[in-house]
Design a protein around this ligand. Structure first.
Ligand SMILES: *Cc1c(COP(=O)(O)O)cnc(C)c1O
Length: 362
């Protein structure tokens, strides 16, 4: 049996450090907004060579607070890719903003920069890029559009901790870098967790207020905020694992290389390009008989996942959302043919070669 993911195995190398983190929090008696959070925020900002990091309760809230911090009028339009995980779009809707879906490039699965301009209207105020599957978007083209139209930039980095485009890290392209540390992410906590990184001090201060009831000084509330804090325990666990993020990403790259070197050409593999360092949060292949392929692998006791089975515009939750088109053919094509195969820090090279063998015999 080769599971798609195994979090217990993934965290086994860090057991002692995680236990030390737990003991430290228990000992010092701060559980919310204490020294562990401050330490992790410093470390995560430094890791990205950026001035600020604000710990947030989870990835969705990191996106929501980033949009709130932009302080754009209700009803403003926000550009977002049509094939993203639903959370990106939920963040926009929960802020009473209007998602404008732009199709991805079928080669990269990321938003097609050449289709962004035609979606811009006088009401467009922000662009939310999603570095899907652990590959950065084509940020040079996107930044040029952001500048030309004076848009806010929010990067959904939930799948892209440590990914780069032309040497620049995901989350540091000049807006808000919103991260999730959901346990399966490339940097995963032992529960819900998230963060926003940014280089603007005003934005940092607003985010710190928004996550804590709109308050900077206890019991003095300046803006209408939320309770979206990252707790001490999760911060301590993240500090324990952050020094190993590069090594965990390198491991995923080593496994990905086995797929690139050995899989037969009946499968469409992710595109490789020297401008990008991908971190393979997801290693997806595409095949016209995807469902049959998934069943075949299940019979061989190989776990796979579909990211994602239903495109956002076809979700029941979005049925009443105005302005969406009936069809986004590229997103639909991806959703109908994509299959995610094992490529986690928990897997061995031997296991990946077993997956290769099974796939090539399909
Ligand atoms: C995981 C994920 C999120 C949401 O993160 P949570 O911490 O689960 O709220 C948002 N966007 C993308 C692309 C994700 O993969």
């Amino acid at each position: 049996m080769i599971p798609y993911e195994n979090l217990k195995r993934l965290n086994t190398p860090f057991i002692n450090k995680l236990k030390q983190g737990f003991d430290k929090v228990l000992d010092n008696g701060y559980y919310i907004l204490g020294p562990e959070l401050e330490a992790f925020e410093k470390e995560y900002a430094a890791w990205h060579n950026i001035p600020y990091c604000v710990g947030i309760s989870n990835g969705l809230d990191a996106l929501i607070l980033s949009l709130k911090a932009c302080d754009i009028p209700v009803g403003s339009e926000v550009i977002v890719p049509s094939n993203t995980y639903i959370a990106s779009i939920l963040a926009i809707l929960n802020c009473q903003l209007v998602p404008v879906l732009v199709e991805p490039d079928l080669a990269t699965y990321n938003i097609d920069p050449d289709k962004i301009e035609e979606a811009i209207t006088p009401n467009t105020k922000a662009i939310m890029v999603v570095h899907l599957y652990g590959k950065c978007c084509q940020m040079d083209k996107i930044l040029a559009i952001k500048e030309q139209y004076n848009l806010f930039l929010i990067e959904d980095c939930a799948q892209a901790h440590g990914a780069t485009f032309k040497g620049t890290l995901a989350g540091t392209f000049g807006g808000f870098g919103a991260f999730s540390f959901y346990p399966t992410k490339n940097l995963g906590a032992l529960g819900d967790a998230g963060a926003v990184i940014c280089d603007d001090e005003t934005h940092k201060n607003t985010l710190m207020q928004l996550r804590n009831y709109g308050s900077e000084r206890k019991y003095y509330n300046d803006i209408i905020g939320y309770n979206n804090r990252l707790d001490e325990m999760q911060a301590a666990f993240l500090s324990a694992k952050l020094p190993h993020l590069k090594e965990m990403n390198a491991h995923r790259n080593k496994l990905a290389k086995l797929y690139f070197d050995n899989l037969s050409d009946q499968f469409i593999l992710p595109v490789q390009d020297a401008d990008y360092y991908d971190v393979f949060h997801i290693f997806n292949i595409r095949h016209p008989k995807r469902d049959d392929l998934q069943n075949y692998l299940a019979e061989k006791e190989i776990g796979t996942v579909i990211h994602y089975p239903v495109a956002p515009h076809q979700q029941k939750a979005l049925a009443e959302v105005k302005g969406l088109k009936d069809s986004y053919p590229i997103a639909e094509k991806i959703h109908n043919t994509t299959l995610s195969i094992p490529c986690s820090f928990c897997h061995t090279e031997d296991e990946i070669m077993q997956v290769v063998e099974a796939l090539n015999n399909y």
